[in-house]
Design a binder for this molecule. Structure first.
Ligand SMILES: [Zn+2]
Length: 268
């Protein structure tokens, strides 16, 4: 599933789309539009003024209150093609043609994602948690949200209302970096562990962005190319392989309903 680093990478792929105008936008399936405050045709002739990421969402602002928001769900891809290239991929649900000879393709086999045509972005994101790479996500904030909580620390950092953008891959990797077992009750972390976890979350996300995200199965960047961070994963998807740090076998257990990978020896 695309998480923060993957959506950030896609966003950065689209820098040349800024100020390009939409010629037309076509939907092959209208049920991928999860909400529409305005008709898609209202975007025709409008330039993409700002493109930004919030959590695992990508926002295209076409001026004023015209926003097209995309979430890639489990298997979605969003990428640019030249306008004379033919679209051969299956499950293409939206094509937006721009006046810079590019077209933007939204493709999603499993359709857990979607498109929102939204006027009030602030309202749309009102319940979304803090951005983990921003300065206001710090040990103090992490300490505040975990205090007295009995749920596993992994479930807590996956809660999008508290921290936005972390999914299963980066939760497992950050907990390994911090030396904390994913099933530890959140409230049991010491101040030092909170500080280490906060740093690990930021480091793992930033390193993955440098490597253009993790391609485990479906994820592709905004040019439909695979990422590179799968080569740096230390626990995720590595169960029954040797821990890179101590050589013991990596475990996999279901914690909070999610398959979780960790080293019993390095994580306490
Ligand atoms: Zn280990």
């Amino acid at each position: 599933m695309p998480e923060l680093p993957e959506i950030e990478t896609i966003k950065r792929s689209f820098v040349n789309l800024i100020n390009s105008k939409v010629l037309r936008i076509e939907f092959n399936r209208y049920d991928i539009i999860r909400r529409s405050d305005f008709k898609p045709e209202e975007l025709h002739g409008k330039p993409a003024e700002i493109i930004y990421r919030r959590g695992k969402y990508l926002v295209f602002n076409f001026g004023g209150h015209l926003n097209l928001i995309v979430h890639l769900g489990m298997s979605g891809r969003l990428y640019l093609m030249e306008d004379d290239q033919s679209v051969i991929g299956k499950h293409v649900h939206m094509i937006a043609y721009f006046n810079n000879h590019k077209k933007l393709i939204y493709q999603d086999a499993r359709r857990f994602g979607g498109v929102w045509l939204i006027n009030d972005v602030k309202g749309f994101f009102a319940r979304l948690g803090k951005e983990p790479l921003e300065d206001d996500f710090n040990p103090q904030y992490l300490g505040d949200i975990i205090r007295n909580r009995k749920i596993p620390i992994k479930s807590l950092i996956l809660d999008q209302h508290l921290i936005s953008g972390i999914g299963n891959i980066y939760a497992d990797e950050a907990l390994f970096e911090a030396g904390i077992k994913p099933d530890r009750p959140a409230g049991s972390l010491s101040d030092l562990e909170i500080q280490r976890l906060c740093e690990s979350i930021k480091n793992v996300l930033a390193h993955s962005i440098e490597q253009r995200g993790t391609t485990f199965r479906d994820y592709r960047d905004g040019f439909n190319q695979a990422g590179g961070f799968q080569n740096y994963l230390k626990v995720y998807g590595r169960h029954q392989q040797a821990c890179v740090r101590c050589g013991k076998v990596i475990s996999r257990e279901v914690i909070g309903g999610r398959g979780s990978h960790f080293c019993c020896n390095c994580q306490r």
